[in-house]
Design a protein around this ligand. Structure first.
Ligand SMILES: Cc1cc2nc3c(=O)[nH]c(=O)nc-3n(C[C@H](O)[C@H](O)[C@H](O)COP(=O)(O)OP(=O)(O)OC[C@H]3O[C@@H](n4cnc5c(N)ncnc54)[C@H](O)[C@@H]3O)c2cc1C
Length: 376
């Protein structure tokens, strides 16, 4: 029973973040990020001895969801504290931890994350960004695409691969690449998204990195990578639930007030029921997200993997549905700039595509959970 009900301290944190987000309406993202960091929200999952809050992904997801629900989402929370912060605190050297974690927590530095490649996409086993040794240095060469926030991030955690000297097989590994590293260039992608965080195509042309740019063990790449990808899925679910709640809230408010037949349009079941269904779907998605976060925080990476995938799927679908119904509820106003709901149509679709698409999650559940054969 108690595990299904949010503990009091989480409810209190939820309230505090919601009120913070409301008072920051209209404030630019950078200021909001720094103010949120000062209050301990951005680094809530990072270890206390490195300036964090000592909590887990459960708390970070809660912060992310409430920021979104208030209409002030912070996309880089999915990346900087959740993926990069987690990977560095779990696998980084003492020096990497000291250099990055306090700064990620206090908002003075930000880190982006790049895995997607033009010719790999959903199939990350096919990435070709390659690291080769040159003395004690590394030389990194490759291309990445759709990487968020590279312009505002002090460094990007790049997923590359090295060649195993014994077997010749390629192994994934993670490198911290500073924004101004020589040979590291970016081009902004013109997206149909009205978000402050931009997406970039990256070229790494023999980027020279010192030995300590490698995070974690060269031989345990896949395990370390997944330690960061599960939080990413949980956080994307939180982001989507927040956006869905925001859209739904605006629609409900409108449906209570708008009246064209003498009664508020919300009294018509054709308007009320789809909104009620959207609410139920968001609540269900949140339950799965909380399960995934708890499993992850309890150290069950395998259990968290399945739950995080299912949570991301459920949240993405619930978000798309809630936004669609919100736009419809507002009638013509649903498509105006003034009401600001139409722009969520494209934004909500991101949760269906990234960081892992709806189909790839269905593939995962088909194969891993149900034991069905693979088509690819
Ligand atoms: C706004 C935004 C921000 C992003 N930020 C980042 C970031 O910060 N860092 C980063 O590394 N990446 C980022 N991404 C990239 C994102 O993770 C990828 O877009 C996603 O992984 C899908 O890859 P793709 O676009 O190459 O699609 P593809 O892999 O080309 O897939 C295209 C379509 O084919 C389907 N498909 C592919 N394979 C199969 C299959 N086996 N079975 C059934 N269907 C299949 C997919 O489901 C999808 O519908 C971002 C993307 C967006 C849109």
């Amino acid at each position: 029973m108690t595990t299904l009900v949010e503990p009091e301290e989480h409810q209190a944190l939820r309230k505090a973040v919601a009120s913070f987000a409301k008072t920051h309406d209209g404030v630019d993202n950078r200021r909001m990020w720094q103010d949120a960091a000062k209050l301990g929200y951005i680094g809530v999952n990072l270890p206390e001895e490195y300036g964090g809050g000592g909590g887990g992904i459960s708390e970070l997801a809660l912060v992310c969801e409430e920021m979104g629900a208030a209409g002030n989402p912070l996309l880089m929370m999915i990346v900087s504290p959740a993926i990069c912060g987690t990977v560095i605190s779990r696998f980084g050297t003492e020096q990497q931890k000291r250099e990055w974690l306090p700064a990620l927590a206090d908002g003075s530095r930000l880190m982006a994350f790049g895995i997607t490649e033009p010719d790999a996409g959903s199939n990350s086993h096919r990435i070709t960004t390659t690291a080769r040794r040159d003395g004690t240095d590394w030389l990194l060469t490759g291309r990445k695409v759709f990487v968020s926030g590279v312009d505002i991030a002090d460094a990007t955690l790049i997923v590359g691969r090295t060649e195993d000297a014994r077997t010749g097989r390629l192994k994934p590994c993670l490198f911290i690449v500073p924004r101004d590293a020589e040979g590291f260039s970016r081009r902004k992608i013109d997206m149909e998204l009205s978000a402050e965080e931009k997406q970039f195509e990256l070229v790494l042309d023999d980027v020279r990195l010192p030995a300590d740019a490698l995070v974690g063990d060269e031989d345990a790449g896949l395990l370390q990578l997944f330690a960061g990808l599960n939080p990413e899925r949980i956080m994307t679910a939180a982001f989507a639930i927040g956006m869905g709640r925001h859209a739904l809230g605006r629609a409900v408010e409108y449906a209570r007030e708008r009246s064209v037949w003498g009664a508020p349009i919300g009294a018509h079941q054709a308007i009320a029921h789809p909104l009620a269904q959207a609410h139920i779907d968001l609540e269900l998605a949140r339950l799965m997200m909380q399960k995934a976060a708890r499993l992850y925080d309890a150290g069950d990476d395998v259990g968290a993997g399945e739950a995080a995938n299912m949570a991301k799927y459920a949240a993405g679908e619930a978000c798309v549905k809630a936004v669609d119904q919100a736009v419809h509820t507002l009638g013509g106003n649903g498509l105006t700039r003034e009401f600001g709901i139409a722009r969520l149509i494209t934004a909500s679709r991101v949760a269906r595509i990234a960081p892992v698409s709806r189909e790839m999650i269905l593939n995962y559940v088909s194969h891993q959970t149900l034991g069905l054969p693979k088509s690819y």
